[in-house]
Ligand binder design. Structure first.
Ligand code: NAD
Length: 457
C-alpha cells in the first residue's frame, strides 16, 4: 500500500530500518520521499521565488506570474530580507528575454545565489522562448541552450527536487492564461516524478477553470485499460478533478472494471480497444453526456522476446493494442464527431520507445510510434482546437512491472535522478494536466514521467 506521501512498497522497504542498513552497506543513496499532491495540503513545501534576466531580477513575465500565482502561493522577491533563512519551495526564472550569450550571466547569477535555499521536493522552473520563434539565430541558439542547463541542474539537485524548462511562444498574451496550467502543474506535487522535462506552450489564450482544484469539471473523458494499474489511477485522478469518466477494458477484466467504475461513479464499457466496434460503443456510451472531451489511450500490453525468438503472434498483438488501437480510436471519435472541438487526446508512450529495450523490439516500436502520432496529428487536430500529447512513463510500480524479475526491477527503478520508481498516480497527474481545457495551448508534447531516467537513446 502506498503511504500518504505516495511511497511505493519497495521504497518503503529501503527506507525501513533494515533497508537503510542494507543500502548503507551497499553504498547506495537513500531514495528521497517525494512530496505528492493531495487536496487540502499545501501545494509546495515553501515559498516561491520568481526572478528574471533583467536588472534586479526583472523580466516581462515576473509581474504577470505574480498576478496569476499570488492567490494560491506564498511569493517572495529577490530581496527576501528577514525571510532569507527560510527554505524555498520553488525557484522560477524568466529567461524569455535572453537573446545572446552574455545575457546568460543573469541565469547563472540567479541560480548560483539561490539554489542552496531550495528545500526538499523543491521545484525549479525556467521559462524560455520557443527557440524556433526566438528571432535571431543567436537568440535561437541561446534559448536552445537552456535545455542543457536545466537537464544538468536536475542531475545536481537532491532531496526529491526537480527542474523543468517551459518554452513559451513569444505570441503569448501578457495575461499568461495559456501558460498558467503548466506552471501550476509544475509548481505542485502533481509533477513529483516528472524531472528534467521540456514543455512547449503555444501563444493562444486558454480558459481558466472556475476552480483550480477542479480543473476537469467541464470534461467528459474516456480512459482505456482502466480496470487496474495506471488506467485505474487515471480514472480516479480525473474523478477527483471533477471529470465525468467512461472506463474501458477487455471483457475478461469485466469484474475489475465494474469495481473501478462503481468505486468512482464512472460508466463502464467492456470492450477490446482493437475491435472495430469499440468506436461506436463509445459513441453510444457517451451520448448521455453529449460526446467526449478527452480520450486517454492508456491500454497497452507487452509480449517480450528477443527478436530472433519472437513469434508473429507476439509481434502482432503488441502492434494492434499499442499502436493501431490508439490511432483507430482517436480518428474514429474525431471523425464521427464524438470527440468535441476543444477536446484533448492523451496517449501513453514509454521510455522504452525513447531509449529502446532489449527484448522489446515490438513494444518499443509501438511506443515510439505513439510519439510519432502526437507529432503527426497535433497540427491536424489543431484545426478543431483539439490537443494531442503523450506521457512516456519510466519505471512505474504496477502489475505490469511486478512481472519483471526482482533484480532487473530494482536496478531499473533506481536508475534515475530521484532514485526510485514512480507511482501510477504520477502518470495520471501528468495526463490530467494535458486533459484540462486550461491546457488548450499545450499540444504536440511528450513528457517523460521517469524521474530523469539515466537510460538514454
Ligand atoms: P497493466 O497491465 O497493469 O494495465 C493495462 C490495462 O490495459 C489492463 O487492465 C488490461 O486489461 C488493459 N488492456 C490490455 N489490452 C487491452 C485491450 N485490447 N482493450 C482494452 N483494454 C486492454 O499496465 P500498466 O502498467 O498500468 O500500463 C498502462 C500503460 O502504461 C500501457 O500503455 C503501458 O505500455 C504504459 N507504460 C507502463 C509502464 C510501467 O512502468 N508500468 C511504463 C511505461 C509505459
Amino acid at each position: 500500500m502506498a503511504s500518504p506521501l505516495g511511497k511505493d512498497p519497495i521504497s518503503a522497504l529501503w527506507t525501513s530500518g533494515a533497508g537503510k542498513f542494507v543500502t548503507k552497506q551497499l553504498g547506495l543513496p537513500q531514495p528521497p520521499e517525494l512530496y505528492r499532491y493531495k487536496p487540502g495540503k499545501p501545494l509546495l513545501l515553501g515559498p516561491v521565488l520568481i526572478g528574471g534576466s533583467g536588472p534586479d531580477g526583472a523580466g516581462k513575465l515576473v509581474e504577470p506570474l505574480h498576478h496569476i500565482l499570488g492567490e494560491d502561493y506564498d511569493l517572495v522577491t529577490l530581496n527576501r530580507g528577514a525571510r532569507g533563512a527560510d527554505k524555498l519551495g520553488a525557484l522560477v526564472f524568466d529567461a524569455t528575454e535572453i537573446a545572446d550569450p552574455d545575457g546568460l550571466f543573469s541565469l547563472y547569477q540567479f541560480f548560483n545565489a539561490n539554489i542552496r535555499s531550495l528545500g526538499r521536493s523543491g521545484r525549479v522552473v525556467v521559462i524560455g522562448t520557443t527557440p524556433e520563434e526566438a528571432g535571431s539565430p543567436v537568440a535561437q541558439a541561446v534559448q536552445r541552450g537552456l535545455e542543457g542547463f536545466t537537464r544538468s541542474l536536475a542531475k545536481e539537485l537532491l532531496g526529491g527536487s526537480t527542474v523543468q524548462l517551459v518554452y513559451l511562444s513569444p505570441n503569448a498574451s501578457t495575461g499568461l492564461s495559456g501558460l498558467e496550467s503548466t506552471v501550476r502543474f509544475l509548481l505542485s506535487g502533481k509533477s513529483a516524478y516528472v524531472d528534467a522535462q521540456v514543455i512547449r506552450v503555444g501563444g493562444a489564450d486558454a480558459k481558466a477553470p472556475a476552480d483550480w482544484k477542479q480543473p476537469l469539471a467541464d470534461r467528459v473523458a474516456v480512459v482505456t485499460g482502466a480496470a487496474r494499474g495506471i488506467g485505474a489511477a487515471i480514472a480516479e485522478t480525473f474523478v477527483r478533478d471533477g471529470a465525468k469518466v467512461i472506463v474501458v477494458d477487455v471483457p475478461q477484466a469485466g469484474e475489475a472494471l465494474e469495481a473501478t467504475a462503481k468505486r468512482l461513479g464512472a460508466v463502464a464499457v467492456a470492450a477490446d480497444v482493437t475491435s472495430p466496434d469499440t468506436v461506436s460503443a463509445l459513441a453510444e456510451a457517451s451520448k448521455e453526456f453529449g460526446g467526449v472531451d478527452v480520450l486517454v489511450n492508456n491500454a497497452g500490453i507487452t509480449r517480450d522476446k528477443l527478436l530472433a525468438n519472437m513469434d508473429a503472434a507476439k509481434w502482432g498483438a503488441v502492434i494492434s493494442v499499442n499502436l493501431k488501437a490508439p490511432l483507430q480510436l482517436a480518428n474514429g471519435l474525431f471523425e464521427n464527431g464524438t470527440l468535441k472541438d476543444g477536446g484533448a487526446v492523451v496517449d501513453v508512450a514509454s521510455m522504452a520507445g525513447i531509449a529502446g529495450n532489449r527484448g522489446q523490439t515490438n513494444y518499443a516500436l509501438t511506443k515510439a510510434g505513439v510519439i510519432g502520432l502526437v507529432n503527426a496529428y497535433a497540427p491536424i487536430y489543431a484545426q478543431r482546437n483539439i490537443t494531442i500529447n503523450a506521457v512516456a512513463p519510466g519505471y512505474i510500480h504496477t502489475p505490469m512491472t511486478d512481472a519483471v524479475p526482482l533484480l532487473t526491477r530494482e536496478v531499473g527503478r533506481r536508475l534515475n535522478s530521484l532514485l526510485q520508481g514512480g507511482l501510477p498516480v504520477d502518470v495520471a497527474e501528468t495526463i490530467a494536466y494535458f486533459a484540462a481545457s486550461s491546457s488548450s495551448s499545450v499540444t504536440g508534447n511528450v513528457v517523460r514521467v521517469c524521474g530523469q531516467m539515466s537510460l538514454g537513446a
